[in-house]
Design a protein around this ligand. Structure first.
Ligand SMILES: NC(=O)c1ccc[n+]([C@@H]2O[C@H](COP(=O)([O-])OP(=O)(O)OC[C@H]3O[C@@H](n4cnc5c(N)ncnc54)[C@H](OP(=O)(O)O)[C@@H]3O)[C@@H](O)[C@H]2O)c1
Length: 301
């Protein structure tokens, strides 16, 4: 298959693209800089120069492919609304090109917005509708493309995708603990985060492209919910720092942008995804990964 990827040079994408290439696919990746283009070439990916706002480039990439994997997202949490609008425009551009082709369009999505204390399943619809909602309501928009003869697949990521080289949420927690001299959790820390290893995500995307019917929502989740207090403890114990509750009203002052997320309860299962795709996560769990791969040096993880 010819696959067009956005975000192939990113942390998750750089595990996904080699996996797809190893399975015999030709992968073309969006590259917004010389550095990204070189990284893609080194990984065996053909770069297509352009950014996420270059809708003509996105259309050209999709036009020339049998499937699209859209992982790229503008992670600027201070301009979240703008990121959402960009995301929405990208999905619309893909939809225009893929209309009536029956081709797969796999889009990265998230798990925020579920009810605290409940476990999100693939059967739960995203509550985010419309351009002003988180990620521009892109999951619902992508799923609606089923009616236009596209085969959309939503891939909802656990809030922490972990593994070596992570620079996302878990790495930010480690960095904050080092800077503050304490490893914090918010309130009583009983809220949980679902988690998945990056290598398992790569296998999941490969399987989804082979097997998932259009309109499928998949969950990249290996652990349903790890208490955030345990995450803080794994970091604190590993760094030799005290583990401490942070009052919810102090969360943003303590954690920065992450303070808006770390107190959330985001639990999810992947039972349907496993059954549908025959996917079994095999990577180590989050707490073991923290102990083994996140704490060694300032730059570890
Ligand atoms: N990592 C996690 O724990 C996690 C958790 C939940 C959801 N997710 C989702 O998973 C997806 C991949 O995450 P990641 O951790 O791999 O992200 P990442 O390492 O930050 O990679 C982002 C990718 O998007 C590209 N990109 C960003 N802005 C762009 C723009 N304006 N134009 C073109 N390309 C652009 C980057 O290109 P450059 O190489 O040029 O920078 C890079 O390839 C995202 O949708 C993210 O929201 C990740």
């Amino acid at each position: 298959m010819r696959i067009f990827m956005t975000g192939a040079s990113g942390w998750i994408g750089s595990a996904v693209a080699p996996r797809l290439i190893a399975e015999g696919h030709d992968v073309t990746g969006l590259a917004r800089s010389d550095a990204s283009a070189s990284a893609l070439e080194a990984a065996g990916v053909t770069p297509l120069r352009g950014g996420l706002d270059d809708l003509d480039v996105l259309r050209a990439g999709a036009e020339a492919s049998d499937a699209v994997v859209h992982l790229c997202f503008k992670h600027d949490f201070d301009r979240f609304a703008e990121s959402g609008r960009t995301e929405r425009a990208a999905i619309e551009a893909f939809g225009d090109v893929l209309e009536g082709t029956g081709r797969r369009l796999l889009v990265a999505s998230g798990m925020a917005g579920g009810r605290p204390g409940s476990v999100l399943t693939e059967g739960d619809e995203s509550p985010f509708v419309g351009p002003d909602s988180p990620r521009g309501g892109s999951e619902r928009l992508a799923m609606s493309l089923t009616e236009r003869g596209v085969a959309p697949i939503a891939l909802r990521f656990a809030p922490t995708v972990h593994g070596r080289g992570d620079h996302g949420f878990t790495a930010a927690l480690v960095r904050t603990a080092r800077e503050r001299g304490v490893s914090g959790y918010i309130g009583d820390g009983s809220n949980r985060w679902a988690a998945v290893h990056r290598d398992d995500v790569a296998r999941l995307i490969d399987l989804a492209l082979q097997k998932a019917p259009g309109g499928t929502i998949t969950h990249a989740v290996a652990e349903t919910g790890v208490p955030t207090r345990d995450i803080a403890r794994a970091i604190g114990d590993g760094l030799g720092l005290p583990v401490q509750s942070i009052a919810p009203e102090d969360a943003v002052a303590h954690f920065g942008w992450l303070g808006r997320f770390f107190g959330a309860d985001i639990q999810a299962s992947a039972d349907r995804t496993r059954a549908l795709l025959g996917w079994e996560p095999i990577g180590i769990g989050l707490l073991q990964d923290i102990a083994e791969n996140y704490l060694g040096t300032e730059d570890a993880a």
